[in-house]
Design a binder for this molecule. Structure first.
Ligand code: CP
Ligand code: NVA
Length: 312
């Protein structure tokens, strides 16, 4: 596998390799500090980012390489140069590219025309690097055996929901997405894909509109912002109303398992998708989860530039 364009392209073996390497990098960030020496990695973003940007730049630095950050308005791409031409040019200078943008199709096209590894750093449809950090964190809390455990995402049926369901399916887990029906439900083609993967991995993929039933007996409650980057501001009031029953409250947390944890990809809006007492409370693992954005992105750069991921 040359690129990581979509979560669904990862095999279970790839994820296991990446999680193991990330755990190593967590203990010893400089373990492979010459892996990218004399090499450069482009990080191109047309949407804002705190974690993914800083995790990527520091990951490249820890591997001995030079990160080059490029904002959306800084390339000729915005002035009509094609994605294919841009991909060829970046491939001539750099050894990998991480991109965050709106359309998944643009990321797929970059991957198709670049000769270097291309990593999806978030699109409107997917967020594969986030899920690697989430699963290192899940492993740190529950170990490798996830049998009998339920991993529940609540809120907007967005890029995070898609990645949550697909990765859970790859990992053979019982994953649930609790979202409103209709406009803010996950994309049915992604749900079908997650179920297809689950049929082979032994996972259970569930989509529901009942937040209490979803939370009951869960090991993880996960949520994300209600207004994603690029969401139409005009829909805020209607969307907030539809999503309010899916907010993670102390009462909802009471329905979960004794050893349950709260997760959030961040940025968070306390008092919207999650109560402050939950996200800042004893069950929250958000800081460790955010820390692992770097360990996992470092693992991705390390293995992709060595051609060590197989895909499925
Ligand atoms: N979780 C995440 O992707 O954060 P940023 O938007 O800050 O990169
Ligand atoms: N769904 C959010 C995730 C941010 C990390 C967004 O796309 O803005």
């Amino acid at each position: 596998m040359k690129d990581l364009l979509r979560t669904e392209h990862l095999s279970r073996a790839d994820v296991e390799l990446l999680l193991a390497t990330a755990a190593d990098f967590a203990k010893n960030p400089l373990r492979s500090n010459t892996a990218l020496s004399n090499k450069s990695v482009a990080i191109y973003m047309t949407k804002p980012s705190t974690r993914t940007r800083l995790a990527s730049e520091t990951a490249v630095a820890h591997l001995g390489g030079t990160p080059i950050f490029i904002r959306g308005d800084e390339l000729q791409l915005g002035r009509g140069e094609t994605i294919a031409d841009t991909a060829r040019i970046i491939s001539g200078y750099c050894d990998a590219l991480l991109i965050r943008t709106f359309a998944q199709a643009d990321v797929d096209e970059l991957g198709a025309h670049a000769t270097i590894p291309v990593i999806n750093g978030l699109t409107d449809d997917d967020h594969p690097t986030q899920l690697l950090a989430d699963w290192v964190t899940i492993r740190e809390n529950f170990g490798e055996d996830v049998k009998g455990r339920k991993f529940v995402y609540l809120g907007d049926g967005n890029n995070m929901t898609h990645a949550w369901l697909i990765m859970g399916a790859i990992m053979g887990a019982h994953v649930v997405a609790a979202t409103p029906d209709g406009k803010w439900a996950p994309d049915p083609t992604v749900v079908a894909k997650a179920k297809e993967i689950a049929a082979m991995s032994g996972a259970t993929v569930e989509v529901t509109n009942d937040p209490e039933a979803a939370a009951k007996g869960a090991s993880v409650l996960y949520t994300d912002v209600w207004m994603s980057m690029g969401d139409p501001e005009a829909e805020r009031a209607e969307k907030t109303k539809a999503l309010t029953p899916f907010a993670i409250t102390e009462n909802l947390m009471k329905l979960t398992e004794k050893d349950s944890i709260f997760m959030h990809c961040l940025p968070a809006h306390r008092g919207e998708e999650v109560e402050a007492s939950v996200i800042d409370g004893p069950k929250s693992v958000i800081w460790r989860e955010a820390y692992h954005r770097r360990t996992t992105i470092q693992a991705l750069f390390y293995h992709l530039t060595r051609g060590e991921l197989k895909g499925n």
